[in-house]
Every structure is written in structure tokens, then in C-alpha cells.
Design a protein. Structure first.
Lengths: 531, 531
């Protein structure tokens, strides 16, 4: 890591221009190659045969149904029935879930979706809406023979207003395409995530994705201005307006943000986009405790306020594992710290941003909170520092496997879960970083402090019933006791459908079930999942 | 206006520290003195007797009902039946609406609200939830004999986490008290408005208030993290968590943001608060056209991006009227400009903010977009510049009266409505700025460009049927044609209940009515209003 500048108690490095394109984070895309592996994925219906069975309420697909869909779509490319063609849509990219759909429909507009859904609703044919198929909880994969309705062919940019920054586009536009388009106009999509090359704008909204810009640009509930959604009965709900302020009745679109295809299919999105910052900085710091991480976070918000765009933390163990995986010395070589912080700033004036960051870091070293650290001096160094955060998922998996928990907790308790899981595993005598006879390498924690989002990775040498029994339901119960969420950003899908009670109370669940029944009385939308 | 510095083509004024407290904007609070006037307000039921009549479905209040409420509240101060006591709750502060309620209940917690609502729902007693009673559309005032449920006694700060910036408080906490409390911790409430000294946090959420910080901190749909709400059947929906990210099911709380008391009573709010900026700047600029206003807005977002906190525009006529009203020369004396722009920045570093603003203004003068302008040098000057924006509502009203339209439009059409209304009035021969024989002084426009929010004020010497007929439904139809909203921030309430069709389409209205019926099948919540 030659060339990175070590911080001294007063920091005055020379800043260099850093381009954001270089900082996009391929958390998931690396694993995407798995898709082309030949290993057959077990049918979800088999894996979970004791937990789920096909509902007899749903009609089975017949030739007459396919004939009807042909009359609607009027285009052979929009109807897939060939088994090979279907396999891409029947499996998730992690190759964890596999459905048995016999039919994929690829409508080209909301009107076609409406005709399809209306028919399915009347005939009680179950459906699964699908976007880019990059989900992590099996939400867009059929369990049995549900018809897959892919929005991949509904994929046009509809309009962009370069005064207000409001983008209107079809649901099937790939996130990266939307962001590149916006980049040409000097704007930025208010959300970024590793799967950006595959995931759809509509899918991002349907799952209320959080991603890497949430700290700065807030949640989709604030930035989405309007939606076009087809309801199960074929009604097209259209609120694709361009208004930031509109207080005329219930804000219905909010219901569909994060509804995971359970009450409608999003076909269009209107969203407010911020101006693209032209200056980026990244620093990596070593601190002595999680308490200090929190203190530095408070100081960061105060001093870097409007230019702060990421505040990620990683524990020491995670960095040791990452170092082994990358076969590299850690960029902060002076000592092994219990915690590391990665700070990114982005703003409109490079000189000002540099000065703010340097003054801030100087202050933090003088007051003793930050013990050592590094500021990236060019784009390569930015990438290099980010890689110590980005490589963490793969590093966690490198010993043989990983139990992953994507949770949200009040900040003060955020790291407590990692400690608690580590202690439980130690008590059971299951964990050792170097002893190959133990099933668990370690429980490591990292995440977005700014969003209260922790990734707990229990890195194992092999999957084992014993480890699972120590972890579950313990982890979920711990989250419940500390008023956290068992799913910060990945959603419920199929995987966490039955765990919602750990985060939501009885009344909330009752109201959600009522709402589901209200909009989808026949239950045809994405069955066996969500709520 | 001695002491304000005139901009030259390159601007380098010396910045001075400006404290935000001095900049709060008492748009409505001045008129609040009206409350103590002795003039009797006409009963809403009489004013609108051809439009609304009491529903026979609702039970009339009996002694037995009051006895029940006494048993719940167990405190004579919490039950008001005396006519004098009731008048404050029966009238809105503008003295436009007056109801005939015989009972005000002031519960102290959600549990008491639950017992009250459950009873009312069973007995079909209609109710009106009420917060600080600062609404502008009669939404919190009974029309007939609805029971008023005031949340004024549910008014405690519950918790503040000074690491995450998450505030949990009762619905009845006055906005200014919440903001002052946050100020002591170095934070700021993400919303500010003129009525802050009276309005409640809960009311702000129930009406989805926009206010003066929306451009910077976004809408409440993004910043509210959780709510405690009592539903008509007494169910307490509680999602008062402290999580920024939580993807476990429908985000139900969103439904209550902006629902104007139509499906539940908000009793608690959890909200994410940003760090309080410590540097503020204000500049007032003169430009030649509305097109230039838009161009300057684009440049502002680019150059001031992260520190921009207000971008207000005012037309030339509005400034002439304000000058007459304030009896002052305009701070930009060099010429009368067709449009003026007020820019506010707030950030964490005064020197950086000054430099950004000065460089930006220098650029705008060099490229010819901005023709003249002024930067405030101290707090008094900040107030003075803001007063040319803040005094506009009173100035508009000073000739005798004003027809006010709070609308939202796509930015490119924003000012078109003012032109269109002005032309219609001119065609009808009704308007002249100086000719006292004409009923209309002028149609003036101003507003938050950043939010697409226009205030069209038709300033009149007297209210007249003729003027009204020219303006309505013309204004609403124009908004509809240009895909705007007839209510940007004030809401529907009683005043605009019947106009929703100008902004929302048939399907949207149908879905809203279904939702209202779903949560409030007996229709007891805030009847005769909203949807």
C-alpha cells in the first residue's frame, strides 16, 4: 500500500481528484458467475417441504390460459415456456432457491400487465413479479408453479427534467443505466448498490433497497415522487407526477415501496435525483473501541455534516480475515485496532472538502479518539481503501461458508450482537480463528453506522447443525430484545416470512395481513412469501 | 438598508456569523391575534349550508357518554363542556370556520385515546382530532357537533439519542419546543414553519407539513421513522422504533403521514433529526425573467449543492406591494427587476460557505444571469432580507383582501399560472395596481422554487363575486391541465375536500375512499372532510 499517506497528529495531505465511477461496490456481482455453474439447485418446494405446500386455491396453468396471454402480448418473445429459457427466471442468483414455473410473461407496458393480472385474478392463477432477479431472500422466485411476470421489457427512460432533477422511467430500467443517463446530465440516482448492473429501478423500489447512498440522500420513501402500479384486479394506479409537494389525500404510493410484489406490480417510477457531487474523499481510521466508533460518528456529523456520504465500520477480526483473503498487509500497519472506520465525503468543492476532512481528522487525532489513519490520494487508493470494506463478504465466506445476518439495531446496541453471538459460540466451544478442528472461524461485524445497519457474519469452516442451533433463534431473540429489525435492507421474501414476529408486534402484523387481503383478496400475488 | 453590500461583478464581502434563531419566519403567527377579536365567526354549517349537512348516522352526545369519558379520563381538566372553554377549539385561528362541538376531551396518553375512540366507534359518535389548531383548510375544526379530541396534553419528549439524532416525542409537543430542545443537543428539527410556536409535532405529521427546510432535509415521509397511532376501533398501532432501515413488511406508518386525522389519531412520533448547521448566509438577487430564475436554480444546485437551504423567488409586483406595505425602499435600489431570488445557505464551515456563495454569485453576474444583488452581512441584515419574503402574505392582504392559492406545479410551468390568472383578470377589466375603482390590485406570485411550490395571491381591494367567477374554476382547471397539485402543503381539510379531482385521477380517488372505509368503516373520524 505504498503511496497512501499516514496521518500524523496534524494532517495536511495534498488532495487529488477522485472519480465516483471507480468507487462502485460489486458486493454481489462477483458471485453472479455462479449462474453459469452446472450444479443443479434443489427445488425450494423440496428443501422446505415440511414448511410449505402448494395452495389448492390456485388454478393450474392450462393451454387456454397461454392462448389468452398470447392474445394479449401478441409477440412470441414475450412468452417463454421452454424449460431452458425458464431456468434463468426460476432460480435466484445465489442458487439458493428454485421454482417450477412453466411460464414467463414479459409484457411491454402497464396496459398489458393490467390485462394479465386481471385475468390471473379472475382465474386464480398465482403470479410472481420479477425485476432484475438480484434479491437476497428469494422474493422474486416462484416456490411452485406461479407464473413469472418479468418487467424486463418495460425498460424505457420516460422523461428527465434537468431543472428539478426529476426522473421518470419504466420499472425495468437497469439501475446502472439510469445512473449513467443521469450522470450525463450532472445528476445522480439517489441510491447505489452492488447489484446495480443487474437490478431494476422498479425492483429497487419494490424492495425499498437501502444501499450505499442512504446516509446522504435518505430513503426511497422520501425520494420517490410517484409510481405506476398495476393492482391484482388490473386497476392501474398512476401517480407519476413531478411534484415534490402534494397534499391531496393519502400518499398511496408509499404502500408499494417495500411491498415486495405482494399487492401490485410496479411498472413506472418518478424519482427526485440530486446533483452529482464532483469531489470525493476516502479515509480509513483505526480506533480502540465500539464506543469510540460512536463518538467519532457524532463528531463526523458535526464537522463534516453536509459532505459526509459514508461512515462504515469494521471490527478488527473482519480486517484480519480480509487481509488473509486478499493476501495483503493492512493499509494501517502500525497496529491491529479493535475497530476501523471508513469515511467517504462528497461535495461540490474539492478544496473545501479536503480542508474539512483534514481539519476533522486532525481534531480527532488530537483529542485521542482516532489513533491512526490514512487518506486516499488518488482514485487507485480510493479503490484500495474501499476494497477492505468491499472484500469483507467474500473474505467471510472464504474458509468454507458463512451465516449472514443483515440487521438493524439502535446504534448503541449495534455491535453488542456480534459480541453476544461470539460469546455464545465460545461458550459452546465451537470457535477458534486458527484451530482447524473448530467449525467456526469467528463472528465478525461490520456495517453502515450512519444507518444503524449491521452485517453479522459468522464465518465457518463448514455448515453444521450445532452452529445453527447456537445461532438461531438466539440471534433473532437478541434483535427482538434490543428492538432491532431482522431485515434492515434485504426484505422478507420467502426466507424471512416466518420471522417477522421478531421485529413487528401483533397489531402491526394484523394490520399488514388486513392490507394484503384488502388489495389481494385471492392471494395470487407472490404467494408463500412476505406476510 | 444602509450596510447591505451591493454585489459587483466579482463579489468578496466579509462574512459574519448569523444565528438561525433570528431567521424563523412568522408567516401566520402575526394573524393569530385575531383569536382575541370579539367578532363572531359564522358557523361553518351556516356558511356552507347548501354543501354539507349533519349525517344522521352519527349519534348525538348524551350525559351517559360524558360519564363514560369521565371514567376514562378521571380528571376534570381533561373534559371541557363550558361554552367559553369550547370556543378556542371550535374556531380556527383565521376565524374562517366555526364548529358546534359540545365536548373537548384532552387525553394524556395513547391508552386513553384508545378507550375514547373504541367507545365512539361503537356508539357512532363522530370525532375531530386536534393538534395546535394552526391549519389553513379547516381540517381540525368540527363542522357540526363532533367531539374534539385534543392531543395538547400528550406533550412529553420521550427520548433523544444524541448519537443517531433520533427524537421520540408525544404528538402534542409544540414544534418550537422540540426544536429548542434539539438545539441544546446540537441538532435541528428537519422541518420549520411560521406556526412553530403553536403547531404540534403530531399535527405537522398528520398534515405532512412541508415548510421551510424541505429543500434541504426532504419530506416527512423520509424523516419520520415511526409512529404511535390510535385507530378508530381503539387498536394502538405502535411502530415507535429507532431504526433507519427496517424492511420487514408494509411501511404502514406512511399512511398516517398526511392523512389529516381521517383514519387515526397520532399520539407519538419518532423522527430522524440532522445536526444543526452553524453557518448561515442569505443573498437577494434581481433577475430579468422566470426563465432566468430556473437557470439560476440549476446553477445553484450545482455550485452550492450540499449547503443550499432555501431558494425562494418573488415576482416584481409582489416586491412593489411589499415595499408599499413596509414603507421601505427595496434593498436592491438600482432597478425594478421582473423577478427576485432569495438564497439561503447553511453549513458547517462559515469560511467555506462564504467562499462558495461569493464565487457562485460572481459567476452568475459574470455570465449575466444575475443582474444585481445583495448579501447579508449580519443577523439584522439576514432578517431584513427575509422580511421581503416574509411580509409578502400580509402585504398581499393590505389593500383589503386576498385570494390565496397554495399550489404545486412542474417547475417549468410554475409561474405560468400567475401570468394566466393576471391575463384573465385583465381581460375582464378587473385589475389595476393604482386605479382604486378596480377590485383587483394585482395577481402576484412567489414561492419555494426548490419544492415546485407556488403561492398565487390575487390581491383585492374587496372580495367580489365577479373576481371569484374569473378565478374559479379557472385556476383549478389550469393546475389540472399542467399536472399540478391544488394543495402543495396546506392539505384538503374541509376547504378543498371537493376539489381533489383536479389533482388526483379517478382510480386514485377510488383507492383512497376504499382505504378510508377500510380503516374507518363507520366514518366517525373527521367527517365531512378530506376524502
Amino acid at each position: 500500500m505504498i503511496g497512501l499517506r499516514r496521518l500524523t497528529s496534524v494532517v495536511r495531505p495534498v488532495g487529488s481528484r477522485i472519480v465516483k465511477t471507480g468507487v462502485c461496490k460489486p458486493f454481489y456481482s462477483l458471485s453472479r458467475v455462479n449462474l453459469y455453474s452446472t450444479k443443479t439447485v434443489q427445488l425450494t418446494a423440496d428443501t422446505y417441504k415440511d414448511k410449505v405446500s402448494r395452495s389448492p386455491d390456485f388454478k393450474k396453468l392450462e393451454v387456454a390460459d397461454i392462448d389468452y396471454f398470447k392474445s394479449v402480448l401478441n409477440d412470441s418473445n414475450s412468452i417463454l415456456t421452454d424449460e431452458d429459457d425458464l431456468s434463468f427466471y426460476n432460480e435466484d442468483w445465489m442458487r439458493k432457491y428454485r421454482g417450477q414455473s412453466k411460464l414467463v410473461l414479459k409484457p411491454r407496458n402497464a396496459e398489458q400487465v393490467s390485462q394479465i393480472l386481471k385475468y390471473c385474478n379472475e382465474k386464480k392463477l398465482a403470479v410472481v413479479p420479477q425485476g432484475g432477479n438480484t434479491g437476497l431472500v428469494g422474493g422474486s422466485i416462484p416456490i411452485f408453479d406461479e407464473i413469472i411476470i418479468s418487467v424486463a421489457s418495460i425498460n424505457k427512460i420516460r422523461h428527465f427534467d434537468n431543472v428539478s432533477g426529476i426522473l421518470k422511467c419504466d420499472a425495468g430500467v437497469i439501475l446502472e443505466n439510469a445512473d449513467n443517463y443521469l450522470g450525463q446530465q450532472g445528476y445522480i440516482f439517489p441510491l447505489d448498490l452492488g447489484a446495480k448492473g443487474s437490478c431494476h429501478v422498479g425492483g429497487v423500489v419494490a424492495t425499498n433497497a437501502g444501499g450505499l447512498r442512504l446516509l446522504r440522500y435518505g430513503s426511497l420513501h422520501g425520494s420517490v415522487l410517484g409510481l405506476e402500479v398495476v393492482l391484482p384486479d388490473g386497476t392501474i394506479y398512476n401517480s407519476m407526477n413531478s411534484l415534490r409537494k402534494d397534499n391531496t389525500g393519502f400518499d398511496l404510493k408509499q404502500l408499494f415501496i417495500g411491498s415486495e410484489g405482494s399487492i401490485g406490480i410496479i411498472t413506472g417510477v418518478s424519482i427526485l435525483c440530486p446533483s452529482r457531487p464532483n469531489s470525493f474523499n476516502v479515509a480509513l481510521l483505526g480506533v480502540s473501541s465500539y464506543e469510540t466508533v460512536q463518538k467519532v460518528f457524532v463528531e463526523t456529523r458535526k464537522e463534516l455534516g453536509e459532505i459526509l456520504s459514508a461512515f462504515e465500520f469494521m471490527d478488527g477480526k473482519s480486517q484480519i480475515l480480509t487481509g488473509r483473503y486478499l493476501k495483503l498487509d493492512h493499509p494501517i500497519e502500525s497496529a491491529e485496532f479493535p475497530f476501523y472506520i471508513l469515511i467517504e465525503t462528497s461535495g461540490s468543492n474539492k478544496e473545501h472538502d479536503d480542508e474539512k476532512l483534514e481539519t476533522f481528522l486532525g481534531n480527532q487525532m488530537e483529542n485521542g479518539l482516532v489513533e491512526d489513519g490514512i487518506i486516499a490520494q488518488d482514485e487507485a487508493q480510493v479503490k484500495s481503501l474501499w476494497s477492505w470494506r468491499e472484500s469483507l463478504p467474500e473474505a467471510s465466506n472464504s474458509a468454507g461458508g458463512v451465516y449472514k445476518y443483515d440487521v438493524s439495531l439502535p446504534l448503541s446496541d449495534l455491535y453488542g450482537l456480534v459480541d453476544a453471538a461470539g460469546e455464545k459460540l465460545a461458550e459452546a466451544g465451537l470457535v477458534d480463528m486458527d484451530d482447524e478442528s473448530k467449525p467456526v472461524v469467528g463472528a465478525v461485524g461490520y456495517g453502515h453506522v450512519g444507518d444503524g445497519n449491521l452485517h453479522l457474519n459468522v464465518c465457518v469452516r463448514e455448515y453444521s447443525k450445532k452452529v445453527e442451533e447456537v445461532l438461531e433463534p438466539f440471534v433473532y431473540e437478541w434483535i427482538q430484545q434490543h428492538k432491532g429489525s431482522i431485515s434492515a435492507e434485504h426484505g422478507l421474501g420467502f426466507q424471512k416470512k416466518n420471522y417477522i414476529g421478531y421485529t413487528k408486534n401483533e397489531n402491526e402484523i394484523k394490520l399488514m395481513k388486513q392490507l394484503k387481503a384488502h388489495y389481494d383478496p385471492n392471494g395470487i400475488m407472490n404467494p408463500y412469501k412476505y406476510i
